[in-house]
Design a protein around this ligand. Structure first.
Ligand SMILES: Nc1ncnc2c1ncn2[C@@H]1O[C@H](COP(=O)(O)OP(=O)(O)OP(=O)(O)O)[C@@H](O)[C@H]1O
Length: 289
């Protein structure tokens, strides 16, 4: 992973937003970015975004505006590019040799693919939770403190760890055993530990790639409740195969179909009750996919 350094302090702004203050990592500080409490403010935007793996196109000219502090679900049949899209947002595709990205992915009006953006710093602002819980073989405390220590944020670590565990709805269950291994927790607890680890560095966005697909129904329901709570403070983008889950927990839904095409993006209710496109209706009603 390259830790690219900022070479310019220039920051782009969108037409309807004031120019935010650039940080030393090429990114903007969301707290400086103007009307951060407006729920419909766009935080993430793809413009004509294509991704290729070698010669194969996985995303086809995707345009989307994702609002802050809401849950956006990304659904679609297997292989349609959902995970690829998610990984574009925090440049995880940089780690895939064959992947090539064209177009723009704006975070707070700044293209994350600009040369002056440090991908490591970007991933602290845009955290990620994966399909299978993947705690480090360390204590619960060290798992959550990991990102803070990497950032050199060594002050009040215990307090920050407890806050993150509380936000991830795990503190009550693990209080008094923060020195036990994270690997000794149940699958659902491990996933909430991973969520606590993602939120400890205080990101703006949490990306989730099928975060409940490896969990039983009770653990899944806890994660779903948690995702809804998290959207009060964070922008959540979640890939899910489970359409009922998307309908239950998301405010907006993006439907990708074969070939990496974003066919429809709208309020979740509209997508599930009255989609514009026949192909989306066919997918939602299970006619294919
Ligand atoms: N590392 C890679 N190298 C080459 N091709 C890839 C790679 N990752 C994904 N692809 C291809 O890109 C396309 C989109 O894959 P992606 O994983 O984004 O789809 P998805 O909708 O998330 O699928 P699923 O629902 O099965 O997880 C597929 O054709 C896939 O084979």
């Amino acid at each position: 992973m390259t830790n690219e350094q900022m070479t310019s302090s220039e920051t782009e702004s969108t037409d309807d937003q004031p120019a935010p203050t650039p940080g030393t990592d090429g990114l903007v500080d969301s707290a400086d970015a103007g009307a951060e409490t407006e729920t419909d403010r766009t935080l993430l935007e793809a413009r004509d975004l294509d991704v290729y793996y070698g010669e194969e196109r996985a995303l086809d000219s995707v345009d989307i505006e994702i609002p802050e502090k809401q849950v956006t679900a990304v659904i679609g049949p297997s292989g349609c590019g959902k995970s690829t899209f998610l990984r574009c947002i925090n440049r995880m595709n940089d780690l895939v040799d064959a992947a090539r990205v064209e177009g723009e992915l704006l975070f707070d009006g700044k293209n994350v693919y600009d040369d002056d953006v440090d991908p490591v710093a970007l991933r602290r602002k845009i955290g990620m939770v994966f399909q299978s819980p993947n705690p480090f073989p360390k204590s619960i405390r060290d798992n959550v403190a990991y990102g803070l220590k990497v950032q050199g944020k060594d002050r009040n670590v215990d307090e920050k760890v407890r806050t993150a565990l509380e936000r991830a709805a795990l503190l009550e269950e693990v209080d008094g055993q923060l020195d036990s291994s994270g690997l000794d927790l149940s699958g659902g607890q491990q996933q909430r530990l991973c969520i606590a680890r993602a939120i400890a560095p205080d990101p703006d966005v949490i990306l989730m790639d099928e975060p409940a697909s490896a969990l039983d129904p009770v653990a899944t329901s806890k994660i779903e409740d948690l995702i809804e709570d998290l959207s009060e403070e964070y922008t959540v983008v979640i890939v899910t195969h489970n359409m009922q889950q998307a309908a239950r927990i998301s405010d907006k839904t993006a439907v990708f179909l074969t070939g990496g095409e974003l066919v429809e993006f709208d309020d979740t209710e509209k997508i599930f009750e009255n989609p514009e496109h026949d192909r989306v209706e066919d997918y939602i009603t299970g006619k294919f996919g």
